[in-house]
Design a protein. Sequence first.
Length: 423
Amino acid sequence: MTRSLYDLDAGQLEALVAEAGEPPYRARQLSHWLDGRRQPDPLRMSDLPGLLRARLADRFAGAGLTLERHQAGDGGWTHKLLFRLPGGDAVESVLMLYPVGGGDREGAGPRARATVCISTQAGCAMGCTFCATGQFGFTRQLSAGEVVEQVARVSTMLPELRPGPDAPDHLTNVVFMGMGEPFANPAATWGAAWRLHRGFGLSARAITISTVGLVPGIRRAATEPLPVNLAVSIHAADDGLRDRLVPVNRTWPIAELLAAVRDYVTATRRRVSFEYALMAGVNDGVDQADRLGRLLAPLRVPGSGGHAAHVNLIPYNPTPGGSGGSSLAPRSPGAGFAPPSKGAVRRFRDAVAATGVPVSVRANRGVGIDAACGQLRTSAGRPGRPPTTGGLPLSPTDRGTPSGFPGPLRPDPRPHAATELRR
Ligand code: SAH
Ligand code: SF4
């Protein structure tokens, strides 16, 4: 079943049009609507003949994303959109608008920016203990078309979502930082990144892919000819702590992760940002900051010799069931994390800066509507629905992790997602 019209390539569009008895130039028109105009709804493709529009709408009636809920926050500068996917699952996308000169490191700049944060999976199998998406578990992979369609739908909605004339009127950036681990779904991630570049005309530097640290994914990124930005979620500077926060660290510990990043920097000469979610009493001590800085300081851009790492601090955003401030946090996955104090953030930032590594603190966006980093969950999926493998029910034994993959602290419902990791 085609999940999105964006899953069809040029040849398939031509075949569709021919099947409908229409001349070939209709395929070019269709493709212009999809990519140039970012319009996924056949019925709105106003210069196509009515019969063709109706035929396409009928043929793809079950495909595509349906906007189910829209929440606005930050005075209309942040929007969270819940899209229902074909088959009943759902994902969230977040639009963050920044006026000229406004915003955090991603948003600040001489021009207004509109960044959309998109999802690559319904849920996530990585089980990071502080992340709402991870706590919810994994439901299914998105197709490349479903990833692209999030951008298309947000794009077409943008004019009506703008809070005022100083807000941008078109999308400028796409970040793969919503639900899911992009490199656990590499085909859809790279397929979508290429389509956004070639079809939607976004420059590769306007696209950022964030990974929890899947080494094969980082190695692939080093060889992809599309020079997108890479962000690595590190969150701890020693393996003992990172194992507890980011279970996949047991498969690719910090030394292996940094070796892959070093090779990536050598191959691409591009900088990498390291995301660090600061949690009170867990990973916000100056000892961790100093250790982190010393780990990352040797990463240099070949030629220029400048620092290749940039640390992006994200004060922890409370997740339902994840906050509470217990000192047991690292030993009690999914419970007891709390945001750091302003002083702790400042001290951490200064300790990293003292090592010479560039560091910034990300402005919290969308907290009031549960749209901030790590808060996407679901409401979006279908609560109570058992995780499935491509539509097949999982047997109790399927729920374990495959040998060789240590898996998260809590049972990982998705062995196949993990299997994909070691390829
Ligand atoms: N799976 C990818 C991308 C999605 S998560 C990854 O982990 O990188 C996007 C970012 O939000 C990651 O850096 C993630 O670690 C961070 N994050 C998750 N939960 C968070 C929380 N509760 N507070 C702050 N940041 C969080
Ligand atoms: Fe998945 Fe990223 Fe959340 Fe970890 S932080 S559970 S990898 S979405």
